[in-house]
Structure formats: structure tokens, C-alpha cells
Design a protein. Structure first.
Length: 318
């Protein structure tokens, strides 16, 4: 299933029956009030494209509530849960729009140059307006018979050590050619063949075949070059050239030239969405429906889980 604005919107609409006037920031005073008095746990199964996420939210009980206030505590927990899901939902839609802007640049240009891509991403001001995103890039297909000439061309642009990685013969290569900001982390991805790795390949195939945004499962990004290693994922939007998206899967496969994409480091992403902390909620996100350490992508903290939990709920979001 591909991710798009149309597929994302019903998630929050199905979960949140509040009016627009009730919408608030993820960490709101209304949500905090009462949650410090009640504990709860809710598991959300979020199948976003190729990435199925399970979000486990636990609210600590600082003391037991009386029976006559239990309903109010549950109501406020439900409000907080919906806030968090809506915040994640809306941010992913915003990231999708940023990718579509990059796609529009390719469609409007005869050939997108490196400095044009840099200007586009700098103009987006992603650190301020899209916190949590690692960058915005473009990856293109390279046929095996063109690989040597392709690599030589990039080296002549001022990158003498450029090569498509990992090395070795394959039926087709993909190559990250643009990724801004082109900082130390993102330079590690320059020339990387994402199609060579199974999890990334599956999302790229979904995006290519559907014509919509697709999200990968849990990966460790090639940008992880420090001790602060985080789980990550990638978002892909296919580019078919200057025309309209082809009608059939076969036509899309034939026309696909590459992908506008973004990598995400999970903890950075969630801090960008939810702010500096969740003092009364423990949020865990898993890749897939198996809630175990191997699939854990994000954990906001363990302190709350050690306290009493009054409410518990499991829900699949479709």
C-alpha cells in the first residue's frame, strides 16, 4: 500500500472525532491535566505503506483515581492518544508535500543541476519547518553497461572518489545523486545503491508500481557514523519523467527514472513531531505488528512504564 495525502488523512479522521476547534499541540495543557492522575496503555498498529508501525503509549498513574473520576481520566487519555496520532499523521503529510515539491522541480526542468537541488532544499528551511527529516534527495537508475561512464561523469564534477556502492555486479543499480543538506552524515549516502538492500528495495518497488509515496521498514541508515545509532526509515516518491503518471504497472516500471526521497532518523523525527519530551506518556513505535526488541524503532522513555498502568487498549489503524 502506498502512502499519500489521501491515504493518510483517514487515519486521524477515524481516530479523532473532535471538531477542528479542539485541535491542539501534541503536548497540550488540556491533555496533561488529568493524565498525571491516571495511567493507561494503548497499542496502535499503523500500517503506513511498506512500514507497519505499532505505537505503544503508556501513561503513568501517580496515584489511584477514585471510581467517579475514572471516566474523566479515560476520556483525557483518549484525547491525548488522538493528539499524538494526529501529530504524527499530519507531519508525514507535510513531508510528503516536501517530496512532491522536489518532484515538481524535476518535472519543470530539462535537467536538474546540483546547485538547483541545493537551492530548493535550502529554501524549504527543513531544520525549522520540517524538524526530524535527515534530508531530501534524489536517486536515479543506472544500467550495468552505463555504470563506468556514469561514475566517471560524477568524478569529473569534483567528486574524484565517487562510486556506486556497494561494489559488485547487479542487474540494475540505483544511485543517490543528490542529498541535501550535503553534510558529513549525508555524504556517507552519496552513490549508495538503495535498491541493493531488501527493505529499501521493497518500498522502492511499491512506490514505482503505485505512483504514490511509500515508506520503508526499519533500517539503519548509512548516515549512522557516530555512537548515537538510531533506527531509521525512508520515504520514496517515484519520478516518471515530464509526463503524467503512467496508467499501468508495466508502464510505470518502464517509465520510472528514479525517486525523490527522504531518510529519517527515528528519534530525531519523533522529537521534531512531539517536542522535547512526553512527561506523562511513554510512546514506543515498532516496525510491524510484533512488539519486541528486534522491531523497536522508538522509545520515549522507560520511567513511566515502571509505574502503575490503569488503562490499556490495543487498536489497529487501517
Amino acid at each position: 500500500m502506498a502512502l499519500s495525502e489521501s491515504s493518510l488523512r483517514p487515519v486521524s479522521e477515524a481516530l479523532d472525532s473532535r471538531s477542528d476547534s479542539q485541535a491542539a499541540e501534541p503536548v497540550s495543557a488540556l491533555a496533561r491535566e488529568g493524565l498525571s492522575q491516571a495511567g493507561a496503555k494503548v497499542t496502535l498498529i499503523l500500517p503506513w505503506a511498506a512500514l507497519a508501525l505499532s505505537a505503544v503509549m503508556t501513561v503513568a498513574a501517580y496515584y489511584m483515581v477514585k471510581s467517579d473520576s475514572r471516566a474523566l481520566a479515560l476520556e483525557k487519555f483518549e484525547f491525548r492518544r488522538a493528539e499524538i496520532v494526529e501529530a504524527i499523521d499530519e507531519r508525514l503529510v507535510a513531508y510528503t508535500q516536501a517530496l512532491r515539491g522536489g518532484l515538481a522541480l524535476f518535472k519543470a526542468s530539462k535537467k536538474v543541476e546540483r546547485d538547483e537541488w541545493r537551492t530548493y532544499v535550502e529554501t524549504l528551511n527543513i531544520n525549522e519547518l520540517y524538524p526530524g527529516i535527515q534530508g531530501i534527495g534524489y536517486s536515479e537508475w543506472v544500467r550495468p553497461e552505463h555504470r563506468e561512464a556514469y561514475e566517471a561523469g560524477i568524478r569529473n564534477q569534483g567528486f574524484p572518489e565517487f562510486s556506486i556502492r556497494p561494489a559488485g555486479p547487479r542487474e540494475i543499480y540505483s544511485s543517490i545523486i543528490f542529498l541535501e543538506p550535503f553534510d558529513e552524515r549525508n555524504r556517507q549516502a552519496f552513490g549508495y545503491d538503495m535498491f541493493s538492500q531488501e527493505t529499501r528495495r521493497r518500498a522502492m518497488e511499491i512506490a514505482r508500481d503505485t505512483g504514490e509515496v511509500a515508506i520503508s521498514g526499519r533500517v539503519i541508515l548509512v548516515q549512522e557514523i557516530s555512537d548515537d545509532v538510531q533506527a531509521g526509515f525512508l520515504m520514496y516518491l517515484p519520478y516518471y519523467g515530464h509526463g503524467e503518471t503512467p496508467e499501468t504497472v508495466a508502464e510505470r516500471r518502464a517509465a520510472n527514472r528514479g525517486f525523490v526521497y527522504s531518510p529519517f532518523r527515528m528519534r530525531n523525527l519523533m522529537e521534531g513531531i512531539l517536542g522535547p519530551g512526553l512527561p506523562d506518556v511513554r510512546l514506543e513505535i515498532y516496525d510491524g505488528e510484533a512488539i519486541d526488541a528486534e522491531n523497536l524503532m522508538y522509545d520515549s522513555g522507560q520511567e513511566i512504564a515502571q509505574r502503575h498502568t490503569l488503562f490499556e487498549q490495543t487498536q489497529r489503524i487501517v
